[in-house]
Design a protein around this ligand. Structure first.
Ligand SMILES: [Zn+2]
Length: 338
């Protein structure tokens, strides 16, 4: 199959059927273009502003999202699509090709540059394509991440607390379709996120953490495929194709939004976790140890749980720096969707 290479303003989101594009973004260094793969599938009941988009590789070294979406490019049957489904397996194609979290050319983190800038740096241009061309076509936004080299997670769906109760409840309901044990809402102070930009536009927005360590986690790929298809079915964009049930039996909504949730390294050191990801801990439990090997005969620092809850994040690499989030403990809370 040959993909059509087009400019961003040539994307057709309206005509019924399937189109597989490469969208051009000018390369800042060589004479040429980066090509972002974008597939648009439009069914007979598509409505203006309604649809689902799934985006992989907002960070270049997170692989479950791209792999899952690549599978769905083959398995979603156009005849089953009722509304609009947009699949973008690799958004930051520059960072992906380099195997890096951030864009090599400008050193920017795409997930800090939203809403983007059509006249900005390459990373800001990637963000602008999503904000200007994709967001107006959809009401459901799925941004598929993993921990990269920064940290590790149990498979987790996520979003922020939003003021609109209906939006908040619907995000909870859609997150259930990913089938994972944990759905977390977390602090919304970080500027420039794809997800918070979509949330502020009223989109039903789900982020995910599908694995870690620059690997491909089997459970994470399965979770992403399941979550995308369920979101498309739930929102009326895809026929109910009878997905096999692989839903964790005791799905938990956890709140990681308080400042207490994030536990920071008080000094540079070697991080030793003392419990498993997803473990239930009580305030005061030893959840990690921080070692300093240039003070090898001194007692290491025991990191005590800041609150009761579940371990949703741990640092991945052993070497951690002062101020880095080394453990996140999220508190169990109640689902509020119907
Ligand atoms: Zn990421």
């Amino acid at each position: 199959m040959t993909r059509e290479i087009i400019a961003k303003n040539e994307l057709d989101f309206e005509t019924q059927g399937r189109r597989d594009y490469y969208v051009k973004v000018e390369q800042p260094t060589i004479w040429g273009q980066y090509l972002i793969p974008v597939t648009v599938i439009v069914g007979p009941n598509a409505e203006a502003g309604k649809g689902v988009v799934a985006i992989g590789s907002t960070h270049g070294n997170e692989y479950e999202g791209p792999v899952a979406i690549k599978h769905l490019l083959k398995t979603i049957n156009t005849d089953d699509v009722l509304g609009r489904i947009i699949l973008i397996p690799v958004l930051n194609i520059s960072a992906f090709k380099a195997g890096k979290r951030d864009t090599p050319e400008d050193g920017k983190n795409l997930n800090r540059e939203f809403p983007g800038d059509a006249n900005g740096t390459i990373t800001q241009k990637f963000a602008d394509i999503i904000t200007t061309y994709i967001f107006p076509q959809v009401h459901v936004v799925l941004d598929l991440h993993a921990g990269g080299l920064v940290c590790r997670f149990p498979e987790t769906a996520s979003f922020h607390h939003v003021e609109d109760e209906e939006q908040f409840k619907t995000m909870q309901a859609v997150s259930r379709g990913f089938g994972c044990e944990f759905t977390m809402f977390y602090q919304d102070e970080t500027a420039g996120l794809l997800t918070s930009t979509a949330e502020k536009l009223g989109k039903i927005t789900i982020g995910t953490e599908l694995g870690h360590g620059q690997s491909v986690n089997y459970a994470g790929v399965e979770m992403a495929k399941r979550g995308i298809l369920n979101a498309a079915i739930f929102s009326g964009q895809l026929k109910d194709i009878g997905l096999p049930e692989k839903i964790y039996s005791d799905q938990k909504l956890v709140d990681g939004s308080s400042a207490r949730s994030s536990m920071l390294a008080p000094f540079d050191g070697i991080f030793e976790p003392c419990c498993d990801l997803g473990a239930r801990v009580n305030e005061g439990d030893v959840v990690a140890i921080l070692h300093q090997f240039d003070r090898i005969d001194e007692e290491p620092l025991e990191i005590l749980a800041s609150q009761d809850g579940y371990i949703i994040t741990q640092a991945w690499e052993a070497i951690v720096q002062q101020g880095q989030t080394i453990t996140l403990i999220a508190q169990l809370t109640e689902w509020s969707h119907s």
